[in-house]
Design a protein around this ligand. Structure first.
Ligand SMILES: [Zn+2]
Length: 148
């Protein structure tokens, strides 16, 4: 047998146009490689559409939740607290008014944030900066606000 008919497109094709498969008596798949690659392509296109539809559905379904999270974030920003935090693995001291957001940003850029902790809490940023500078003078890593 040097050729066979594709089950999918019905074309008579060379046996080399079919993938090997022990599941078939002929030793080759019933569907030609052209049909298979077309199917794969369609699958990806369909899947992409499906995924974006799912995301949209998820957003509509959980819209209230997302809005609540956004509001909480804004409220936190308004709380006016300034935190000095420490990343032990990086020996890093920093200041933020939104610790969770800042830590996740550190993590995102590749810093090790395991066991991070808040060292101190302040009502104004100046005290926080002074404490941070003190840590940095003692050799801790971090963004330098004050240069000697
Ligand atoms: Zn075919």
């Amino acid at each position: 047998m040097t050729s066979k008919k594709c089950k999918c497109c019905g074309e008579e094709r060379l046996i080399s146009d079919y993938y090997r498969s022990s599941a078939f008596k002929s030793g080759r798949q019933a569907t030609c490689i052209f049909c298979i690659s077309l199917k794969k392509k369609n699958y990806h296109i369909e899947n992409k559409d499906k995924i974006s539809k799912q995301k949209k559905k998820d957003y509509i379904k959980n819209r209230q939740h997302y809005l609540k999270v956004a509001k909480k974030y804004r409220d936190n920003m308004k709380s006016g607290k300034y935190y000095v935090y420490y990343l032990p693995e990086e020996h890093y001291i920093g200041i933020t008014d939104h610790p969770k957001g800042r830590i996740s940003r550190h993590k995102y850029v590749g810093k090790i944030t395991d066991c991070w902790e808040i060292v101190a809490e302040f009502d104004n940023p100046f005290d926080a900066v002074i404490l941070e500078a003190e840590f940095h003078r003692r050799g801790y890593n971090g963004f330098q606000y004050i240069r000697e």
